[in-house]
Design a protein around this ligand. Sequence first.
Ligand code: SF4
Length: 359
Amino acid sequence: MNELTNPPTQTAKQNIFDFTLEELGIALESAGFQKFRAKQIYHWLYVCYEEKFDAMNNLPKDLKAYLNQNFTTQKVRITKKEQSKDGSVKYLFATDDNLTYESVFLKMKEDKWTICLSSQIGCKVGCSFCLTAKGGFVRNLSAGEIVYQALAIKKDQEIPSNKAINIVYMGMGEPLDNLTNVTQCIHILSELNGLSISVRRQTISTSGIAPKIKKLGALNLGVQLAISLHAVSDDLRTKLMPINKAYNIQSIIDEVAAFPIDSRKRVMFEYLVIDELNDGLDSAKKLIALLNKIKAKVNLIYFNPYENSPYKRPKQEKVEAFREFLLKKGLLCTIRESKGLDISAACGQLREREINQKG
Ligand code: SF4
């Protein structure tokens, strides 16, 4: 494990990564500067990966002084990273109020990268298979704290600024429980003068809070949707994800059916395959019936056991038979590659270990 930078400095200055281009322009204008300077600043931050205002050499001196006085790029730092043999990397971020959260960088193929972002520190949803849930909910991440994960990882991985990356809001937390900040983050990440990550490349992955799926749909952001389904019966789903008591499988399916989705895209249903629990062909059959009217794609994920986890990793033959069954019935299905098995790959593991070591 690599120790990286010093902890971030605590400051009352505003996190510049919280601002959309428009908002930054308005802030500059009201301080007596020209609005177009915001574009230059965005270019430095998100295209040149430059975080020091003094190094932004096309800005006038008085603007640099204003930025140094009122804004900071130092609210969050990468404090640790773990590299897996397969190229995936887990990052631990620290906030200036001494909290930590994590992100995962996945190298899919040559020139294809996905970054899995956290949206909250801890989580209220309480899924029984998830380490993040064990620590309870601490707080929402600000838009800038979410944005910075994508920027810092792209920079650390030396991905040229003109190369597109994919974003999934699938790290710690339930993104729809922090919808305001996640929406702001989507706007910032997709800004053409900045990181320019098209909304079509951004996927919100939710545990299935039905009314909030509706709310997200009404915002019509153009993002992709992924649902953590994991079970085909309400009994099992409630055991795995207690939130199912409030929003059962059918209520989620109904909202997904009404969700505005790009005609070329499909809604992704994540299905965590757990040994002897949901890996049988009877479950596969029910899944087909359930997704019958939806333009869906299923992503099977091997459950990745952690210390004292109550569930086991499924057998490869069973996961493959499950996929074959779905494919034969015409339902698109992939198996997520087992990325990062030699690092703390399951959600919340790196942070959990850090907290245990300190405590
Ligand atoms: S799996 Fe996701 S939604 Fe469920 S408790 Fe963990 S972080 Fe929250």
